[in-house]
Write a protein that binds this ligand. Structure first.
Ligand code: HEM
Length: 784
């Protein structure tokens, strides 16, 4: 087994070595999907595990000339061993949730521990949820369309590129030679894990030089895809599942990242204001740009006219796709600026806050704004108000039984409806909202991975104005997606092109998504079995003809395509199937999120009412040179008719985040010890207990507190903040006895003292006020 694991590791390493040298389109695509180190580790472990099992199976087959289940051949211990050596075991263990009040106060960066019972629900690097079981050709792993001759409802699935050509393209453009497909998945047109190439039909604009487009399968989640292979304790679903590298929640992880390693690159850990890092080399009329990624040279396009060789690398943000297209980069940048703007304002209001507190409080506000803008301003316009009321409705309360994890069908099909709404041109306008003279609008393919255009061609403002006046494409049954995405995806120097429609379809098959009709049934919609049935959902007869010509059977239609071509719902931008899938997902993301901004106890009432005054238009006003915006930036607006001055766009008043009556104790900022947290400093003669009685919390009775290492700020400890579990408050705080138990000195490299237990002061009643009550004075029993 060990040898096999070793071989599997080498294979996996070989694959990642190769991909790091790839130029152009493939390189861009892999950069786009570049995972945080934590995500890479999980994928790698899963791939090693999978490859090992695959090699074992192959060897067994060669010897016995018949297929044998891995479990028939290996003992459970051996399988466990493979799981352990591959690294899969550790990823299947539940996360450790901090035993500190912070766990109730701020969400973790990965999203873990949000649900108190199911700690991994919604966390990054866990499997996407399945709302319908996956369908694989071998029952557990092979994508749909993998085996020639495999039929569905009596027919083979058409090649995805054929579908794309027939339904998405209405032109005959030539494509320039592509010389890059020569390595690994690029030098095979066979289905060989992890390659699942996209066959190119004859007479295709791509066909002159290649017979297939390379495609890498999504990595499996650890322990999935190979049957009943792990022991009972870590039993995983039999079928292959795919990993979500980001957290599921609407938590602004696009700004902060979904893993500790990304967050640590994004944060500026040297200042006291809890800021995010900004670009040190370039500025946009005095405003910040995103920093560049650390790994240079990155594969982003360079200014073709710059002969000085000064590079503009890809930008770094919480999501690896931030440089993908200029409009997306622009939004990432204004959110970075918004964080730094709010953080500076909060620090001014609460000067005693530590950098950590400022950062976390700002992150919490930015997360809330993302939730408000998404659910209040965006989603109803996408799925229509009726579907919104039906699937989502008004917020009532947090539902701990609802799994918020993003579903496979949402990410692989439904939310990709957006690809059909992308216009072919990215507008850039001057302050009169006219075509900018120096740097005019660009075709979309000229805006892919081109941060240099923001830096050298007039900054964010022209792009923001363009976004505000340019309509999104309405999904059009005759013209489903712009050629810029189906023929020119990631074209640099005309050496490589992709087709986003084919990628979406092939991804759905890679993930074993059930077909269109199964999803309709899942949503309580009729199955459409005949041409007549189809005409009840799709009014374009020509399109139905084409669909049936290609797929032969309506149930074989790939779900992304089927959902995309349905007639749009009134006041919406999607048909009923996508409205259902997006609606259900948004509902789960809202009601299954303990930190949802409207959930009781997350913000105070006055904070909630201030947050609700904010909007994307306000964020644009506050973080760019644009000073006229539409009231609702999601509504198509004409300049100047629909624009109003930023002076009258409402904004939130951050003063409601002010903490009063604060005294700074010997152990540092009292903000860290509020809400019943108790801080003590073994090396000081004073201990500080700070007590906050603000609405939403009541502390009473006797608490036993165990201080674990994670509760200590230093090693060996200088100060320790231990949090008291907070409980819902009804009226006011009462007194509290704290018993502190310090765990064994083995936790510290330099043990603090042989005496590890202390009985702590009993606190006098807190005042029934919203202010912070600081109680100092306590005797030092710990080291006496
Ligand atoms: C210029 C605009 C865009 C480009 C170039 C683009 C490109 C891509 C690419 C290359 C992928 C990965 C395809 C694969 O290999 O499976 C992808 C995935 C995706 N895109 Fe887009 N996209 C754009 C706009 C949008 C919009 C507007 C939306 C939604 C409103 C959207 C939603 C998604 C989703 C949900 C995924 C799947 C993400 C995942 O699996 O993690 N995209 N996009």
């Amino acid at each position: 087994s060990l040898q096999l694991v070793d071989r599997a590791i080498k294979n996996t390493i070989k694959r990642s070595d190769i991909s790091s040298k790839l130029p152009n389109s493939i390189q861009m695509l892999s950069f786009l999907k570049r995972a945080a180190p934590e995500s890479e580790e999980v994928s790698r472990a899963a791939e090693i595990f999978e490859t090992t099992c695959h090699i074992i199976k192959k060897n067994i087959y060669q010897k016995h000339k018949r297929s044998i289940n891995t479990t028939d051949f290996l003992t459970n211990d051996e399988l466990q061993n493979i799981a352990a050596i591959s690294g899969c075991h550790s990823h299947l263990q539940p996360p450790i949730c901090q035993k500190s009040c912070l766990i109730n106060k701020y969400r973790t960066i990965t999203g873990a521990c949000n649900n108190r019972k199911n700690l991994r629900w919604g966390a990054s690097n866990t499997a996407l949820a399945r709302w319908l079981p996956a369908e694989y050709e071998d029952g557990f792993s092979q994508p749909k369309g993998w085996n020639p001759g495999h039929v569905y409802n009596g027919f083979e699935l058409p090649s995805v590129r054929e579908v794309s050509k027939a339904l998405f393209q209405s032109f005959n453009q030539s494509s320039t030679e592509d010389s890059i497909y020569s390595l690994d998945c690029r030098n095979t047109c066979e289905n060989l894990n992890p390659c699942f190439p996209i066959k190119i039909p004859v007479n295709d604009s791509f066909s002159a030089l290649r017979t297939c487009l390379p495609f890498y399968r999504s990595s499996p989640a650890c322990g999935t895809g190979y049957g009943d292979i792990l022991s009972d304790t870590v039993k995983m679903s039999n079928k292959r599942q795919q990993i979500n590298g980001l957290s599921s929640f609407i938590d602004a992880s696009t700004v902060y990242g979904g893993t500790v390693s990304v967050e640590s690159k994004i944060r500026n850990l040297t200042n006291k204001e809890g800021l995010l890092n900004v670009n040190k080399k370039f500025q946009d009329n005095g405003r910040e740009f995103l920093p560049f990624v650390a790994e240079v040279p990155s594969p982003c396009a360079q200014d073709p006219l710059d002969n000085n060789g000064e590079r503009t690398d890809c930008f770094l943000a919480g999501d690896s796709r931030s440089s993908e297209v200029l409009s997306l980069t622009t939004l990432h940048t204004i959110w970075l600026r918004e964080h730094n703007r709010i953080a500076k304002a909060l620090k001014k209001i609460n000067n005693h806050w530590s950098a950590e507190t400022v950062y976390q409080e700002t992150r919490k506000i930015i997360g809330a704004l993302h939730q408000i803008i998404t659910l209040r301003d965006y989603v109803p316009k996408i799925i229509g108000s009726d579907a919104f009321d039906h699937y989502i409705g008004k917020y009532k309360a947090y539902n701990p039984l609802l799994d918020p994890t993003v579903s496979n069908v949402f990410s692989t099909a439904a939310f990709r409806f957006g690809h059909a709404t992308v216009p072919p041109v990215l507008k850039r306008l001057d302050n009169m909202f006219e075509e900018k003279q120096n740097y005019s609008s660009v075709r979309l393919h000229e805006a892919f991975f081109s941060p240099w255009r923001l830096i050298k061609e007039g900054g964010l403002d022209p792009v923001i104005r363009g976004i505000l006046v340019q309509p999104a494409n309405v999904i059009d049954q005759d013209n489903l997606m712009t050629d810029e995405l189906t023929e020119k995806l990631f074209v640099f120097n005309a050496t490589g092109t992709f087709d986003l429609a084919s990628l979406n379809l092939q991804r759905g098959r890679d993930h074993g998504l059930p077909g269109y009709n199964d999803w309709r049934e899942f949503c309580g919609l009729h199955r459409l079995n005949t041409e007549g049935d189809l005409s009840t959902a799709i009014s374009n007869a020509n399109l139905i003809k084409k669909l049936l010509e290609i797929y032969k059977h309506p149930s074989n239609i790939d779900v992304w395509l089927g959902g995309l071509v349905e007639d749009i719902l009134p006041r919406g931008r999607t048909g009923p199937l996508f409205a259902c899938l997006i609606g259900k997902q948004m509902h789960a993301l809202r009601d299954g999120d303990r930190f949802w901004w409207e959930n009781e106890g997350i913000f105070t009432e006055s904070q909630r009412s201030e947050l609700a005054k904010h909007s994307l238009s306000r964020v644009m006003c506050d973080n760019s040179g644009v000073n006229e915006v539409p009231g609702d930036s999601f509504l198509l607006s004409q300049y100047p008719k629909d624009f109003i001055s930023c002076d009258i766009i409402s904004s939130m008043n951050l003063n409601v985040w002010k903490e009063s009556n604060v005294q700074v104790g010997v152990c540092g900022s009292p903000r860290e010890i509020e809400n019943g947290d108790y801080t003590f400093c073994p090396n000081s003669s004073h201990e500080v207990v700070s007590y906050s009685c603000f609405a939403g919390y009541r502390l009473e009775g006797h608490e036993e507190i165990t201080c674990t290492k994670s509760g200590w700020s230093h090693d060996p400890p200088v100060c320790c903040t231990i949090s008291n579990p907070v409980r819902p408050c009804h009226t006011q705080c009462k007194s509290l006895n704290l018993t502190l138990t310090v765990l064994s000195p083995a936790f510290w490299s330099v043990p603090p003292s042989p005496n590890h237990t202390t009985k702590l002061v009993s606190l006098p009643s807190c005042r029934p006020s919203l202010s912070l009550l600081l109680i100092t004075v306590c005797h030092k029993v710990l080291y006496s």
